[in-house]
Structure formats: C-alpha cells, structure tokens
Design a protein around this ligand. Structure first.
Ligand SMILES: [Zn+2]
Length: 266
C-alpha cells in the first residue's frame, strides 16, 4: 500500500470579467524575480484602469505588503545587475509623471516607507493643466522624489507607440529621455518603461538598460528578457479580489512546484 502524496490543490488564477485577455493581471513575475506593479494616477478624479483614489492606493499597498516586502529601487542599479531578492518582493512603479503622484501618491508611499520608480515623459515635465491627465510633475517635484530615495527614470519624451513609429524616431525618443534624466541627475537611470507596453520587434534599448513592459509582456526571468520585463497591476473596481490576486502573485513568486525555494533561473 502506498502513502497518498499530499498535494495542495492548485487554485485557478483569478480572472477579471470585463478585462481583455491580454490585460488580465493574474500572472505576476518569473519565480524569484521582483513583482513589479504599475500605476499611473492616484487621484479620486481620474477614470483609468490603474487609477486609484488615495484610500484605494493605501489599501492596495497594504494588501500587497502583507505578502511582499518592498523592493528598493536602488537594488535595480546594483553594479552586477538587479539584485535578486531572497524573499517575495515588490517594486512599485508609476508611469507618465503625473502631478498627482506628488500630491496624492507620495504621502501614501511615505506612510508605508515605500520607494518607487517614476517613469516620466521628459518632454511633458512641468506641463500644467486643469485636466489631471494632462497635468505633469515639475522638475522640482521630481527632484524631491529623487532626494527621498525614489528614482526618476525614462518613459520617452512624448509618449509615442514605439512599436508603430520608425526605428530611428523610436531610438531618438528613448535616447532623448534617458539623456535628459542623466543631465538632471548626473547619472543615467538605465531604467526605461515602454509607453502602452508597446515593444518593437527590433531591439531598441542600449545595453545595460532594463526595459519594463506591461501585462502584455510574458513573465520571463529578467536575466533572459532584460528589455521586456513584465509588470502587472491592481485592477480598479475589483478591490474585493485583490487579496486573492496577491496570493496568486505570491504563489507565482515561488513557482508552480509549490516548492518554497525560489527556482534558480539565472
Ligand atoms: Zn505611459
């Protein structure tokens, strides 16, 4: 007589109705690599699939931090490449550089002691508008983030679909934004996020630059796909499902084996 193997039943990945398959957030990261979340706005007045009100953002961070430690952005820029965390860790990122990031997101980040990466459109910095989707951080606000240990990184100059424009123009958008940030902060951030998660087939980023996609990128080990790192998000309007989603990301972090040791994918 054999002893039955004790197996943990595999729970299905949470699926969110009303979200297109290619935008489903359930897949987190390759085992052992930081989970990367992206946000755009923290603003009660904005409707967007990643825009949360301040209390929603606080609740989201609280939920994620129950299972993940904050990943320090400076660990992305370690001389030997990004540091692989020993425990499930989460990197918080913001795209576009909206002014509400300083107004609403910053106090919440401070309250949780979380440092984030802000991928800004360098051609839009200091643009002001009464429309929060056209209202951008000033350089002084970016400087204040940088001084507090956050990282200002590149997201092109003018936010084009890089996969729909010519290669030379796309390169110019990438280089221009990296250069502007290098001029301001004295060193190249070597971190870039693709607008709309649109990654051109022809390689675009200089060597050594980590490129962040969206949920449209597969969850590959960063060492294998340093220019197409998957990020995912907390879907708006699905707050009740966030704990299940975070639990699923946590399981992803350890791999499908149920083995609590992270796989070595290097
Ligand atoms: Zn963007």
């Amino acid at each position: 007589m054999t002893t039955p193997a004790t197996t943990t039943p595999v729970r299905p990945a949470p699926h969110f109705p009303g979200i297109a398959e290619e935008h489903q957030p359930a897949t987190g990261t390759a085992p052992g690599w930081p989970l990367v979340l992206y946000f755009h706005h923290v603003n009660p007045a904005v409707q967007h699939y990643t825009a949360l009100a301040p209390d929603g953002f606080a609740r989201g961070l609280e939920t994620v931090l129950e299972r993940f430690r904050p990943y320090s952005p400076s660990d992305l820029l370690a001389p030997g490449g990004p540091v692989r965390p020993a425990e499930p860790s989460v990197l918080i990122t913001f795209d576009d550089g909206y002014r509400d990031n300083a107004v609403y997101a910053r106090p919440v980040l401070d309250a949780f002691g979380v440092r984030a990466v802000f991928f800004v459109n360098t051609g839009r910095i200091s643009d002001r508008s009464t429309n929060p989707r056209e209202d951008f951080l000033s350089w002084e606000q970016c400087d204040a983030f940088a001084e507090a240990g956050h990282i200002i990184a590149a997201h092109t100059r003018s936010h084009p679909h890089l996969d729909r424009i010519g290669h030379a123009e796309a390169r110019d958008e990438v280089e221009g934004s990296l250069q502007t940030i290098e001029e301001r902060y004295g060193r190249r951030p070597d971190l870039f996020a693709y607008p709309y998660g649109g990654i051109p087939a022809e390689p675009l980023l200089p060597p050594g630059v980590l490129g962040f996609g969206t949920v449209r990128s597969p969850a590959l080990p960063w060492s294998r796909a340093p220019h197409a790192i998957r990020r995912t998000y907390l879907p708006v309007g699905a707050t009740e499902a966030w704990p299940d989603l975070v639990r699923h990301w946590h399981e992803n972090w350890y791999g499908d084996s149920g083995n609590r040791e992270p796989r070595d994918d290097r």
